[in-house]
Design a protein. Structure first.
Length: 586
């Protein structure tokens, strides 16, 4: 601990006691210091315990080493601005725990500070005093910058655009709302969609084509699909896949879209990943490092809120604001909006009644500000008829891969073949007017997550369908009928109601359990209307000069009412991000 801290504390004590003390009674100055040595502090991080080795002299912290990487790659660690790489140095430099958390990595930031605090206590230091140390901050100051291309958002679309525009010779500035890049892609499963890859061939799926991929996606999306834009994605998906690999992304293997769908097309950056999230840093970290190798400049903690236009209505720049209130104005020849979706905007999501009570894991900054600022300059926005919804248990994770049990809606009715893609299940529940789903199982269910759910006190259970219905709050006659019919079909070995494969049907025997599944939203559809060149269109379907968009903020024409498969959002963001970067640089 620095002596200056103690002098300040001593002075305050002297002032507070001065009115009732004589000089002879003035208390001694507190003794400063730590027990010299290395102590291991522990706290709860993003994915478990975090251990930090902190070394002390008798007067200050001399070394901080985070010894666990139990965190999200690309959020907690992996880049030169993420918490693992930056916070220890700031603590050492300031000898303070009064350090701001990094926006977008708050949990990890606070975990590091807490773990260091734990070590300080063990070394006999004063944690409260360290938290009170004032850290000098730069004075708030407006700034004006000039660029050829300014990009709003540093996710997959924004980074792809920046890389292409910078490599084309443009001066590029990226404004990122958070203190770290990556956006929703970093928090995703880190999956890529492509047809005709060597990974498919190695898995025994030869001859997959862009046209076959198009047919699948068009079949899911239906009339809401813009055929030209979807062809642009599918025709170039393999090229974009290889472009990502050339820029440092490592692909491990390929898996099925769903076990009932062939060929396999979803490529993992984490080996044999299955349904998961938090691995997208394996895509975004290489992309960010590729961008950092160019002349592009990324400015963090800048929330863009206004597009600048000239007298002709052309977009000529963007204005943003920093947390300290200062403005950042970037004058540019072209602007690319890549701000992501709006799953964190409760008001926007409220247009979808089926999402009531939803949760989401996307960054808190995904509130639709790209839509708002673009609409203010005349951009056309398509309000999609639905958003992506998955129904899952918030306590056990049941609902993603489990298919052997019975799924009913909030009325107690069976409405779907449970052995189908999770988004088909969600679509069926939504179309039945249900805001939740119930996964019904008994002890013979093979899914590990279901077995885990059966051990939880929060999971409902009963010895009869009628008793369970009462606990669920559904009509007992309807639910008992659904259970009886399901068992009848299981016994017959033929699901003539919904076509579920016989080997995926497990009869409900003995004690039966009901696991509540609630909506989760991670991808939003619709948004800005763009053409195949990533130009934003006005309400007359005319391109707004100087304005481009890519990624989730501009998913109009690429999705129907349900999400077709993992990797589609990232893949289309990369495709149209690249197009936007190339065209904006011109």
């Amino acid at each position: 601990m620095k002596k200056g801290i103690l002098v300040g504390i001593s002075a305050l004590m002297a002032l507070s006691l001065g009115a009732c003390s004589t000089p002879a009674e003035k208390p001694e100055e507190p003794k400063a210091g730590y027990t010299a040595g290395t102590f291991t502090g522990t706290s709860r991080g993003m994915k478990g315990d975090m251990n930090v080795d902190v070394t002390f002299s008798d007067s200050e912290i001399t070394k901080i080493e985070i010894t666990t990487t139990n965190d999200t790659y690309g959020v907690g660690y992996g880049l030169d601005m993420t918490p693992y790489e930056t916070l220890p140095g700031k603590i050492l430099e300031t000898q303070s725990l009064n350090i701001d958390a990094i926006t977008g990595a708050t949990i990890t930031s606070n975990a590091i500070l807490s773990a260091v605090g734990d070590a300080v206590k063990q070394a006999g230091g004063d944690v409260d005093a360290l938290k009170a140390v004032e850290v000098e901050k730069a004075a708030a100051k407006d700034e004006t910058l000039d660029a050829d291309v300014v990009i709003v958002g540093a996710g997959a679309a924004g980074m792809s655009a920046a890389l292409e525009a910078s490599n084309a010779g443009a001066k590029v500035i990226i404004l990122e709302k958070q203190g770290i890049p990556g956006g929703a892609t970093t928090l995703s499963g880190g999956k890529l969609l492509a047809a005709g890859t060597e990974f498919q061939e190695a898995a025994g799926f030869e001859g997959d084509t862009p046209e076959a991929l198009y047919d699948y996606l068009k079949g899911v999306g239906g009339d809401l699909i813009d055929d030209e834009k979807l062809h642009e994605f599918t025709d170039n998906a393999l090229g974009d896949f290889n472009w990502l690999i050339d820029n440092g992304v490592v692909v491990k293997d390929v898996e099925p879209i769903h076990s009932s769908i062939t060929p396999w097309r979803v490529h993992n950056t984490l080996e044999k990943a299955g349904m998961t999230n938090g691995n997208g840093g394996l895509i975004t970290v290489p992309l960010v490092k590729a961008v950092q190798a160019t002349d592009a400049e990324i400015k963090y903690n800048v929330s863009a809120n206004e597009l600048l236009t000239n007298e002709n209505g052309d977009v000529v720049g963007v204005v943003g604001v920093k947390p300290d209130g200062s403005k950042v104005t970037v004058n540019a020849k072209s602007v690319i909006i890549a701000t992501g979706g709006y799953a964190q905007n409760k008001e926007m999501i409220s247009r979808y009644p089926s999402a009531e009570g939803y949760v989401t894991s996307v960054p808190r900054g995904n509130v639709g500000d790209g839509l708002t600022m673009s609409e203010a300059v005349g951009a056309q926005i398509f309000n999609a008829p639905s958003t992506q919804i998955v129904f899952t248990s918030f306590t056990s994770g049941v609902g993603i891969n489990e298919e052997a049990g019975l799924i009913v809606n909030e009325k107690g009715e069976r409405v779907v073949d449970e052995f189908t893609y999770q988004y088909h299940v969600a679509e069926a529940l939504v179309n039945s007017g249900s805001k939740i789903g119930w996964y019904i199982a008994s002890a013979n269910d093979p899914a590990p997550t279901v077995q885990y759910a059966m051990t939880l006190d929060s999971t409902l259970k009963a010895e009869s369908a009628e008793e369970l219905a009462a606990l669920m709050g559904v009509d007992p006659t309807t639910f008992a009928s659904a259970v009886a019919r399901y068992n009848e079909l299981c016994a017959a070995g033929n699901d003539e109601d919904f076509g579920k494969p016989a080997d995926k049907m497990n009869a409900l025997e003995g004690t039966i359990y009901a696991i509540e599944m609630k909506p989760v939203v991670t991808v939003t559809y619709g948004g800005l209307v763009t053409d195949v060149e990533a130009q934003v269109l006005d309400t007359n379907n005319t391109p707004i000069k100087g304005l481009y968009a890519a990624g989730e903020v501009a998913f109009t024409g690429l999705f129907g009412t349900e999400y077709p498969c993992c990797g589609m959002a990232i893949g289309s963001a990369v495709r149209f991000g690249r197009i936007a970067g190339i065209n904006a640089a011109k």
